[in-house]
Design a protein around this ligand. Structure first.
Ligand code: CP
Ligand code: NVA
Length: 312
C-alpha cells in the first residue's frame, strides 16, 4: 500500500486496462509526430526532473528514459546505486523522502522488488519500475505497442513464450490479463513460472497454458517470444540453465511451427546462438529492433501518464 497519492508505474497488474490503453494511444500519437533529431513540439514536462537510479546495467531502458524525458521537455539525473548513499546503507525510505524533495519522478532498476515497492511507498512523486527480478512492465508496454503495429489488435490473439519464466514473462502474463490475449508458456519444469504468477493468472482468468514442449507452445501462435537464459542475478546458475534451456532455443525449425505470419520478439540484449539463432533474430519475422525503438515511445506514454499530461 502506498503512503502518498503519486501515480506510480510499478506493475501492469496494478494499473487499470483503460489507463494502459490510454498510455499506448498516447505513445503512438507522440511517435507519429516525432522527427528524430528535430526539437519536439510536445513538451508537457518542461521544468520537471526525473531521477534515474540504475543499480544494474542497462542500455535500452536507460537511454530511452533519458531521451524520452528530454524530448518531453524535462531533465534527467542519472544515478547508480553504488554512487549513492544507498550503496552505504541509507534506507530506501529515506532515499525516497529526500529525492521527492528534489525531483518530480523516479525510475529505478533494482533486483529486489520489495525495494521498488518500498521506494514507492515513501515517495511523494511517481516511481517507475525500470526492471526488478519480478517484472519489467515498461518493456512489455513497448512490446504490446510493437505487436499491434505489426499484427493489429492483440486482444484475442495468442503469444508464445519459450525459455526461462523470468521477469519479462511475468509482465507478459500481467499484460495478457489487462489486454485480453492468450499466452502459451514453454519452460523446463525446473524453471517454470512461480506459484504466485500462476495463482495470479488463475485468479484473474488469464488464458495461460503451461507446457514443457516449445513446439506445443508455438503452434498457431501470432508471436514467438524469448529472452536470455541467465537474467541479472542468476549468473551463478549459468551452466545449469544452459543445460536445461537448450531445447527451448528459438531456431528456424521452431519458428516454422508457429503461424506463418508470426513475429519473433525479444526484449534484448540477445545471446545469439543461445535462446535464439542468428537466422531467426536477423530474419524477416523478427521485430526486435522495432521493440527496442518502441521503448522510447512507450516510455513517453508512461511518463506523460505519471504526470497526467494529455496527448499532443
Ligand atoms: N530490454 C531492456 O530492458 O534492455 P536494457 O537492459 O538494455 O535496459
Ligand atoms: N530477463 C533479463 C531482462 C534484461 C532486460 C534480466 O532480468 O536480466
Amino acid at each position: 500500500a502506498q503512503v502518498t497519492g503519486a501515480r506510480h508505474f510499478l506493475d501492469l497488474s496494478q494499473i487499470p486496462a483503460t489507463e494502459l490503453r490510454r498510455i499506448l494511444d498516447n505513445a503512438a500519437a507522440i511517435k507519429a509526430r516525432r522527427v528524430k533529431g528535430a526539437p519536439s513540439a510536445f513538451r508537457p514536462l518542461a521544468g520537471k526532473a526525473l531521477a534515474m537510479i540504475f543499480d544494474k546495467p542497462s542500455t535500452r531502458t536507460r537511454v530511452s528514459f533519458d531521451l524520452a524525458m528530454r524530448e518531453l521537455g524535462g531533465d534527467t539525473i542519472m544515478l547508480t546505486g553504488q554512487e549513492m548513499q544507498l550503496g552505504r546503507g541509507e534506507t530506501i525510505a529515506d532515499t525516497a523522502r529526500v529525492l521527492s524533495r528534489f525531483v518530480d519522478a523516479i525510475v529505478i532498476r533494482i533486483l529486489e522488488h520489495d525495494q521498488l515497492t518500498e521506494l514507492a511507498r515513501f515517495s511523494t512523486v511517481p516511481v517507475i519500475n525500470g526492471l526488478t527480478k519480478l517484472s519489467h512492465p515498461c518493456q512489455v508496454m513497448a512490446d504490446v505497442l510493437t505487436f499491434e503495429e505489426h499484427r493489429g489488435p492483440i486482444a484475442g490473439r495468442t503469444v508464445a513464450w519459450t525459455g526461462d519464466a523470468n521477469n519479462v514473462l511475468a509482465s507478459w502474463v500481467h499484460a495478457a490479463e489487462r489486454f485480453s490475449f492468450k499466452i502459451n508458456v514453454a519452460t523446463p519444469p525446473e524453471l517454470a513460472p512461480s506459484g504466485a504468477l500462476v495463482d495470479f493468472a488463475r485468479a484473474n482468468g488469464v488464458a495461460l497454458n503451461l507446457t514443457a514442449d516449445p513446439y506445443e507452445a508455438v503452434a498457431g501462435a501470432d508471436a514467438v517470444i524469448s529472452d536470455c537464459w541467465v537474467s541479472m542475478g542468476d549468473e551463478e546458475e549459468e551452466a545449469r540453465r544452459h543445460a536445461l534451456l537448450f531445447p527451448f532455443q528459438v531456431n528456424a525449425k521452431l519458428m516454422a511451427a508457429a503461424d506463418k505470419h508470426a513475429i519473433f520478439m525479444h526484449c534484448l540484449p540477445a545471446h545469439r546462438g543461445e535462446e535464439v539463432t542468428d537466422e531467426v533474430i536477423d530474419g524477416p519475422q523478427s521485430v526486435v529492433f522495432d521493440e527496442a525503438e518502441n521503448r522510447l515511445h512507450a516510455q513517453k506514454g508512461v511518463l506523460a501518464w505519471c504526470f497526467g499530461a494529455e496527448a499532443p
